[in-house]
Design a protein around this ligand. Structure first.
Ligand code: ARG
Length: 415
């Protein structure tokens, strides 16, 4: 039988995707011990410093303390916003109608960047801290193999057969520092959201405890007065807040802050993973929730009924491809051609009310809105010719009425 895992017992150089958390810190030491390799480490800045701006220096220090040969911290925020978050907003990307793909869209970008470093440093294998059960491994492996089929992928979590408790023990034995929170939950964070897994979250019959949240105010403790904001869009992309233009990163950070304050975007989800396992997930996605809601509303306002119903199908397919780790599939580009075409006219502003955990669209304006007060109003005389109904409705219903009669005839005969 072919061995499917690592091809060699020793490697000269390994690039480790390093977050500074428990798994990858243990891994940094384990990879040196197990494969005799020099370990290069790479931490992608996707805006996870939203929580703690100093953390990249700490991660770098920790990497060197644990024996890394060379550490890379790369600020990918702008690219993440422009090439991953904006397309997700344009596709109204909510997996199973709920989860705005925050973790899923970070993975291909990190994988592509890791491949660049590996090529530059002549590294033969990339290691990462994904388990063999989840979605993140699929996203990273498919993307990096598409960009560099010759580079091996190592998944120590599959190899080393340690549970979380054993990892903590290993960390203690090797003087690997562990953050308190890391002992319990597996966290992934970036500009677009925060996900927390493990521990009691794995018990779907129990409400997720408050300590798995770290960004958002509990809605019950959020301000007692609503706050109204307006978000401007052009070409389907958010461009400003309350009338002030700003770049994508700043805009998302500001909306994030407002969303956190009002307890927006707390999600509890029984999710279908790619490989078919059900998984209990919790997220905090304040900015993603507000932006997708606003975008979806404005897009619907400027698009026809037919565009809207077809767009829903395209969005769903796009979202599933991305969730399922197939970022590189050309179908994504083809779907985006359609999505971008629709979004050309998504321009205007959306007013949102933030209040105790809810972000509700309450008003919108666009030069391309298809709403016409003169046609729709019930109040004054309108130029809409209601006499047309006498002709339209009989025609519209003709086939359905025929079908209804045929069904009735069949049922009478077969009773
Ligand atoms: N279920 C989500 C997804 O597949 C979140 C994964 C979170 N990863 C983590 N390491 N906590 O995108």
């Amino acid at each position: 039988m072919n061995k499917l895992g690592p091809k060699k017992q020793q490697y000269n150089k390994i690039l480790l995707m390093y977050s500074g958390g428990l798994d990858t810190s243990v891994m940094l030491v384990w990879l040196q011990e197990h494969y005799g390799a020099e370990i290069y480490t790479f931490t992608a800045d996707l805006g996870q410093e939203l929580a703690d701006p100093k953390q990249f220096q700490e991660i770098e220090k920790k990497a060197y303390d644990l024996g890394a040969k060379k550490h890379y911290t790369i600020d990918l925020r702008e690219q993440f916003v422009e090439e991953y978050i904006f397309p997700t907003i344009k596709a109204n990307g909510l997996y199973q109608g709920v989860y705005p793909l925050s973790t899923a869209i970070g993975r291909p970008l990190i994988a592509i960047e890791a491949v660049k470093i590996a090529k530059k440093e002549d590294i033969e294998a990339i290691a990462h801290g994904c388990t063999g059960k989840g979605n993140d491994q699929i996203r990273i492996n498919v993307t990096s193999k598409a960009y560099a089929p010759e580079i091996e992928i190592l998944q120590p979590l599959i190899e080393w057969n340690m549970g979380r408790d054993e990892e903590i023990l290993y960390a203690q034995e090797h003087n690997i520092p562990i953050k308190a929170e890391n002992k319990k939950y597996s966290i992934d964070e970036n500009l677009f959201g925060r996900s927390a897994e493990c521990d009691v979250i794995e018990r779907p019959e129990i409400e997720p405890p408050e300590d798995c949240k770290s960004w958002t105010t509990p809605p019950s403790q959020a301000p007692d007065t609503p706050e109204y904001i307006t978000i401007n869009f052009k070409n389907g992309i958010p461009t400003g807040l309350n009338g002030e233009n700003m770049n994508g990163i700043t805009l998302i950070e500001k909306i994030h802050e407002l969303g956190c304050k009002h307890g927006i975007g707390r999600i509890e989800h029984m999710e279908d993973r790619t490989i078919g396992l059900k998984s209990r997930e919790t997220y905090e996605v304040p900015a993603a929730m507000i932006l997708i809601k606003a975008h979806k509303d404005l897009e619907k306002y400027v698009s026809t009924k037919h565009e809207n119903s077809f767009k829903t199908l395209v969005d769903q397919k796009w979202t599933e491809l991305v969730y399922d780790g197939l970022w590189v599939d050309p179908l994504r580009n083809a779907l985006e051609a359609f999505i971008n075409e629709i979004n050309k006219k998504v321009e205007g502003k959306v007013k949102i009310k933030l209040f105790k955990g809810n972000a509700d669209v309450v008003a919108r304006e666009s030069p391309y809105g298809l709403y016409d007060l003169n046609l729709i109003t019930y109040e004054t005389k309108s130029s809409f010719n209601q006499n047309l109904s006498y002709g339209f409705i009989p025609l519209w219903g003709i086939q359905s009425r025929m079908g209804f009669l045929a069904k009735k005839k069949f049922e009478e005969k077969n009773d």
